[in-house]
Design a protein around this ligand. Structure first.
Ligand SMILES: CC(C)(COP(=O)(O)OP(=O)(O)OC[C@H]1O[C@@H](n2cnc3c(N)ncnc32)[C@H](O)[C@@H]1OP(=O)(O)O)[C@@H](O)C(=O)NCCC(=O)NCCS
Length: 186
């Protein structure tokens, strides 16, 4: 992937993650409401150096062109990150190409819908990708709803391993033509 660009939405700036973000991620991320639906490879209880280790891995993945990692900054403040969103290419196996989380203080305001739409536009219109594989725990209604709103099609139901335990996992395919058609019809 090319270097992670700065992206903008009406209410948000998405900028590449930096090593200086680690202390704030360490403060905002390790909440049960956030981690319970995330992949079981996230260490829990979250170690004191969890964010520093993760940010270092993000920087390496970005330097190698493997992934894009954005910090989500609200234009109306606070002047620092309130969550993150990531994007990576289809590896032909894992059927998942996007991850996101937001500090619970900012949930329910449509902010992740806005961030996800912008990152999707980047994937389809700038990178020219034909589709995005997406996935979530079946009980994760907010994440599931974002996929529905984007025009993704549910293509599989399997079992996922989450921090909160093992459970049904929904697999979605968002095709560029479906996403563009939905935008045109809006
Ligand atoms: C998933 C997450 C990022 C959503 O962020 P958000 O900014 O609160 O989402 P939005 O405000 O854009 O809302 C998304 C949609 O979900 C709906 N929604 C939110 N919570 C819901 C719930 N508990 N039940 C049903 N729908 C819900 C919203 O109403 C909205 O749909 P609408 O526009 O039709 O009303 C946030 O909940 C989060 O950080 N969760 C923990 C981490 C996580 O689960 N990441 C994704 C892993 S796949």
């Amino acid at each position: 992937m090319p270097p992670t660009p700065v992206l903008e939405t009406p209410r948000l700036v998405l900028r590449p993650v930096r090593s200086k973000d680690a202390p704030l991620i360490q403060r905002r991320f390790p909440r049960w409401e956030v981690v319970q639906w995330l992949n079981a490879n996230i260490p829990w209880p979250y170690p004191a150096d969890g964010a520093a280790t993760y940010v270092a891995a993000c920087l390496e993945a970005m330097a190698r062109g493997q992934k894009a990692h954005w910090a989500i900054i609200p234009k109306s403040g606070p002047a620092d990150l309130i969550g993150r969103i990531d994007l990576w290419p289809d590896d032909g196996v894992s059927r998942d190409q996007r991850g996101f989380w937001l500090d619970p203080e900012f949930h329910g305001k449509g902010l992740m819908t806005e961030a996800a739409e912008r990152v999707t536009r980047y994937a389809f219109c700038d990178l020219g990708w034909p589709h995005l594989w997406l996935s979530n725990a079946q009980d994760n209604h907010a994440s599931r709803r974002i996929k529905e709103k984007q025009g993704a099609r549910l293509v599989d139901l399997m079992i996922g391993e989450y921090v909160g335990g093992r459970g049904p996992q929904m697999v979605w395919l968002l095709r560029r033509e479906d996403w563009l058609a939905r935008e045109t019809n809006a």
